[in-house]
Every structure is written in structure tokens, then in C-alpha cells.
Design a protein around this ligand. Structure first.
Ligand code: ASP
Length: 444
């Protein structure tokens, strides 16, 4: 087997939540000798009412900070790990690692340190189970002073994982510029997997991301029960969909592998025979113009009207300045000859303490551009219809709007974007499900 055929396999929290799940992981790894680089999450939920080990660790840190005993919380964490190792019959004594973590958390270690112990300790379990070498992520994954991934990590990982055997690398954390343990944001083991794959570019054929679903569906199954699976999607298309809230993979996990065009394969640990979704650099759209449809409620349109706006130099900048001064980010800015609209998420229109910033914004816009009229229309939902090259496929927009018209959905806003793979329409929130169903029926 050629060297560029190796596989990075990352297993998420539910995939490693119990001894039974870990047996499935072992079967998957043993089934393909190319799966040499294994990244693991901390034990996630074993059932719907369960608590993730990571959440228990944050709680333990919280208790320690308030000077309270870790008591039951620590007991639960410890039992979780020890019962898994016992059930798997592993020759591994986790007690020293658990005791040290507890001592340091009680001694004032950071929240990041506390949270990272889920992966750090579970990595040892996985390494013992898979007969693999354990590599502490803090030795090879580095953050820079700004808290971003330090590219030095790539060389460090490549050098450390250069042997012929199997390796286990705990996900979610690394080392800060100050030499302390630091985590990615929640769900960050996906990012670790991507960073490891990127570091091994040239040796790695695919980054497998094993989770509890068989990949992405074309749309939300709560809206369209029979939604088809997506077999293949590009990084760019996924970006457009994730922006609208399709949530299987950490948003940042795409970037490290994308530059090296290493595909990500979303797989289901509970259904390993399913092919899952392949995330690739480019695909042949074939007859499938639309790859996915995502919708989200909770947007407000700020409409600004002013006669001869198009001739006024700096108008757009002054409008957007008003948003910037209040720290409000925006989604879209559809414009007409004498109108400019700014679409914002409702979340952006309230302060941290819950007070509305809308009135202030409208006042600021008034004094910034002296419009003929400015108003806010809440209650809008956005629907993104995504597919590479769809803006070039003749008739795509016509099909989309005809489908919406037939379903009697009133389109309040259209934004075709500049990515050429996305048409976004704004509809009344009450029409969101109808709109998604209509578009799905037309293109699926
Ligand atoms: N265990 C961490 C979390 O719950 C990271 C991960 O699982 O990816 O967020």
C-alpha cells in the first residue's frame, strides 16, 4: 500500500462514549490498516439524558474556583473512565492520571486545562485499546499569541508521527504561546483531526470524521422527513450551508485540509458500511445542481430609502459605519437604485444584557445619511439554496422562484451572492418550512 494512502480517523464524543462504542471503534480501525492516525474526543453522551465528560470537567473547574469540593462530580467522571477500562479489560491504570488532573484542578488550574483532561485521559484508553502510541496533543499542537493555530504545529506533528505504527492523538487541545494547555472552541476535536491530516499531507488520502450520523442530509429532516443524504459536497458548498446552521462538523475544521485538498469523509460509527458524505475540493455537479438547502429564522431587514442615493458618494460606507459603531455585524446588503437594505440577525440587535439596540441604530442611521425613510422589518427567515455552478445553470433561478410562487410563498429579499453557488431568499418566518419543502421538491 502506497504511503499516500494513510487515513486520519477522528472519533467524536458519542462514538467513544461507552465500552460498546469503543469496540466499534476498534473494529473500524482494525478493518483497514491505513487507519493509522486516530484522534479521539472525550466520552460524550451515552444516552439522551447523559452528560458529556467535557461538561462535567467544566463543572469541576467551576466548583474548584468557588472553593467547593469536587465530590460527586469528580466521582462521576472517574467512574466513567474506570468502568470503560474495566469493561474493555484493558491493562491500563488511569488512577494516577485522574488523581493528577483532580489535584491540579483543585489547585487552581485553568478551565482549558480542566476541559482538556477528557480527551487527554480518553486518548490513553484508546491507545491501549488500539495498541497504538499515545501522543500528548500539548507536545505537537501549538497556538500563537493571538490564540490561533501556530503553523509550527504541522512540522511538529509530521516529525512526531513519522513512524510506521499506529498513533492516538487526543483532540480539542494543544499548547498556548505561554506554554499552558489551551483548547479550541467546543467541538474542537474536529479541528485537531483536520490539523493532523494537513500536517501529514502527501501521506494521507482522506480525513475520516466518525460521528453518529451517516453524513449530511440535503435539508433538515424535521422539515422534509425523506431528505436524501448528500454523497459529495465541496468545501465551499459546505461553508455556505454551515453558515445557515447545518451542524455536523466544526466550522473551522474545513480550513486546514482545504489548502491541501485532502477530502473529509463524514462516517457513522454505528453504521460503518454507509459511505457517508465526502467533502471534496471540487465535484462534477452532473444533473444534481442543488446540493443542499438550509434555512434559519430570526432576521430583521433595515430598509433605507433616499432619492438619488446612487449618486451620493460614500452613502454605503456611512450606512455600514453606523452598524460598525454599534458593533453590529450584518448578513446581506441588497440594494436598489434609491434603496439600500441591510439584513441582520436578531441576535445582533440586542446587547449582552438583553436591551434592544434597534432604536439607537435607526437614530444613528438617520443622522449618518439623512434618509427619506428608514424602517426595520422583523420576522424574516433566510433560505440558502446551495450548489456549485448553479448560478450558471440556465433556468435555476426560474425554477426556484416558480417553485416558491406555486407554494404561495412571498419572497421578501433575493441575494444571489458573489460565490456563484448560492441563492439566498428572505421569506416570512411563517413561510420557512413551506419554502424549504417547495425548493426541495423542485431540485432533490
Ligand atoms: N470534548 C470537546 C467538547 O465536548 C471537544 C470535542 O468533542 O470535539 O466540546
Amino acid at each position: 500500500m502506497g504511503a499516500s494512502q494513510d487515513i486520519v480517523a477522528k472519533f467524536g464524543g458519542t462514538s467513544v462514549a461507552t465500552a460498546d462504542q469503543l469496540r466499534k471503534v476498534k473494529a473500524i480501525i482494525d478493518a483497514d490498516p491505513r487507519r493509522r492516525f486516530v484522534v479521539v474526543s472525550a466520552p460524550g453522551k451515552a444516552h439522551a439524558k447523559d452528560t458529556k465528560v467535557t461538561d462535567l470537567l467544566y463543572l469541576a473547574h467551576q466548583l474548584a474556583r468557588q472553593g467547593q469540593a469536587l465530590g460527586q462530580v469528580w466521582q462521576t467522571i472517574e467512574t466513567r473512565f474506570l468502568s470503560i477500562t474495566a469493561e474493555l479489560g484493558l491493562n491500563l491504570d488511569l488512577k494516577p492520571a485522574l488523581d493528577e488532573a483532580r489535584r491540579r484542578i483543585e489547585g487552581g488550574a485553568s478551565a482549558d486545562y480542566a476541559a482538556s483532561r477528557g480527551e487527554a485521559i480518553h486518548g490513553r484508553v484508546a491507545a491501549a485499546l488500539l495498541d497504538a502510541e499515545y501522543v500528548d496533543a500539548a507536545e505537537v499542537v501549538f497556538f500563537d499569541r493571538a490564540g490561533r493555530l501556530d503553523p509550527r504545529s504541522y512540522d511538529a506533528i509530521a516529525a512526531r508521527l513519522s513512524g510506521p505504527g499506529r498513533y492516538v492523538i487526543p483532540g480539542f487541545y494543544g499548547q498556548s504561546a505561554a506554554g499552558e494547555v489551551k483548547t479550541f472552541s467546543r467541538g474542537g476535536s474536529d479541528v485537531t483531526g483536520s490539523v493532523v491530516a494537513r500536517a501529514l499531507a502527501g501521506r494521507v488520502a482522506v480525513y475520516e470524521n466518525w460521528t453518529d450520523v451517516s453524513g449530511f442530509l440535503m435539508t433538515d429532516p424535521r422539515v422534509v422527513a425523506e431528505a436524501k443524504a448528500i454523497n459529495e459536497i465541496t468545501y465551499g458548498e459546505l461553508r455556505e450551508l454551515s453558515y445557515m446552521g447545518a451542524n455536523v462538523l466544526h466550522e473551522e475544521a474545513v480550513f486546514p485540509v482545504r489548502e491541501k485538498r485532502i477530502p473529509i469523509n463524514i462516517r457513522n460509527t454505528n453504521r460503518p458500511a454507509d459511505a457517508g458524505t465526502m467533502i471534496v475540493a471540487s465535484r462534477d455537479p452532473g444533473h444534481q445542481v442543488v446540493v443542499g438547502i438550509a434555512g434559519t429564522k430570526g432576521f430583521t431587514v433595515i430598509q433605507i430609502e433616499k432619492a438619488l442615493m446612487n449618486g451620493e458618494v460614500g452613502f454605503g460606507r456611512r450606512v455600514l459605519d453606523a452598524f460598525e459603531r454599534l458593533g453590529i455585524s450584518y448578513e446581506h446588503t441588497p440594494t436598489g437604485i434609491d434603496t439600500m437594505s441591510v439584513v441582520v440577525s436578531d441576535k445582533q440587535l440586542v446587547d449582552k444584557d438583553g436591551t434592544s439596540r434597534l432604536e439607537q441604530l435607526l437614530e444613528d442611521l438617520q443622522s449618518a445619511v439623512h434618509p427619506d425613510n428608514v424602517k426595520a422589518s422583523p420576522g424574516m427567515a433566510l433560505v440558502a439554496t446551495v450548489g456549485q455552478g448553479m448560478n450558471h445553470a440556465i433556468g435555476t433561478a426560474a425554477r426556484l422562484f416558480t417553485a416558491l410562487a406555486k407554494a404561495r410563498v412571498n419572497v421578501r429579499m433575493i441575494d444571489q451572492g458573489s460565490s456563484e453557488q448560492n441563492i439566498i431568499v428572505g421569506v416570512e418566518e411563517a413561510d420557512l418550512a413551506t419554502a424549504i419543502k417547495a425548493i426541495y421538491a423542485e431540485f432533490a
